[in-house]
Design a protein around this ligand. Structure first.
Ligand code: ADP
Ligand code: MG
Length: 312
């Protein structure tokens, strides 16, 4: 993908992982999520003195919880998945604003509801893989399939709905995001990977799918021609032989080698795979560095002393 952004000085795109909002063992109350965010907003505020910050974030647990809420009532019409994604963009954006207003009330934070175009011919639509929402027992499966849902059996837990996860192609609100980046210290955009839409007879229509937030963040970082792209998660960086006794943190890696490891299947789909794919896309398109690192180490990551650095 060619980079096509106008260069706004010093833009950093930071993709926040799920643990920015809900940590292990938490249920995800409003208070918990805001408090978790407050652990990182002061560091982001510090970075905003030197850079224009664009924050993106996931929404897996939040969109799952919304679904559960819908399942528990017949009194209000259930919203389709793409509308639920839109709801979580606003909810999480608001929690981020609340967290910033606690630590640094003077900072101007702008949330941009974002749609992302996907290709209706994307093979992901034929093969739904992304699990969302609650677990169901076998007795419910027939009824759920009548809704047109695909379900998979997760051993020990039950049945779960899976939805397509098509590739992000284009960010509809790119101009709004650019304007926001020029005018505000912090812009929140492409929440939950963006609301997936397809072009249909000249208009844009929402589809029941979920876009990977790291891949969508990469498209945004490239489109903004960002100076760097950071993915913050719950590990120090990318490991070789992850999970084994001889696991080893990669400190620096060149594009070609990263591509090779990705192709050889070193990084699992649904977790580290899309992150590595996302940073490779960014480095390839812009010729600049991207880093995958730990959420609590933003300052060190920006200084280049923590995380896995991907170089051209
Ligand atoms: P996020 O919510 O931040 O997007 P994910 O759970 O999707 O995070 O991905 C991060 C997880 O990827 C880590 O917690 C780790 O368990 C897993 N992982 C898989 N392979 C690797 C690897 N090679 N190096 C580091 N982490 C890995
Ligand atoms: Mg996660």
């Amino acid at each position: 993908m060619a980079s096509k952004g106008i260069y706004v000085e010093k833009v950093i795109v930071i993709a926040l992982g799920g643990n920015a909002l809900i940590r292990k063992g938490q249920r995800g109350t409003f208070q918990e999520q805001v408090e978790n965010l407050i652990r990182i907003t002061p560091e982001i505020a510090r970075a905003s003195r030197s850079y224009r910050i664009v924050l993106t974030h996931g929404n897996g647990p939040q969109v799952g919880n919304l679904y559960l809420q819908q399942e528990h009532t017949r009194d209000v019409p259930p919203m389709p998945l793409h509308a639920c994604v839109a709801m979580t963009q606003s909810l999480i954006g608001y929690m981020i604003q609340t967290a910033f207003s606690k630590c640094c009330p003077e900072l101007r934070v702008n949330v941009v509801p974002t749609r992302v175009i996907v290709d209706p011919g994307d093979l992901a639509f034929l093969n739904p893989t992304k699990p969302i929402g609650p677990y169901y027992d076998g007795a419910q499966v027939e009824d759920l399939k009548k809704k047109g849902w695909s379900l998979v059996m997760v051993p020990g837990r039950g049945w779960r709905r899976v939805v397509p996860s098509p590739k992000p192609r284009e960010i509809v609100e790119l101009e709004q995001i650019r304007t926001s980046v020029e005018r505000f210290e912090v812009t929140v955009a492409v929440g939950g990977g963006g609301v997936p839409v397809v072009k249909q007879n000249g208009s844009l229509v929402g589809v029941d799918a979920v876009i990977d937030k790291d891949l969508a963040s990469s498209v945004l970082a490239v489109s903004l021609n960002a100076e760097s792209f950071l993915i913050l998660t719950d590990v120090e960086g990318v490991y070789l032989d992850y999970g084994s006794e001889k696991q080893q943190l990669i400190r620096e890696i060149r594009l070609r080698e990263a591509q090779e490891l990705l192709e050889k299947g070193y990084f699992p789909p649904g977790s580290m795979g899309p992150k590595v794919e996302a940073v490779i896309e960014f480095v390839r398109a812009t010729g600049r560095k991207a880093i995958i690192g730990h959420l609590d180490k933003l300052e060190e990551i920006i200084r280049g002393v923590s995380g896995t650095i991907f170089k051209p």
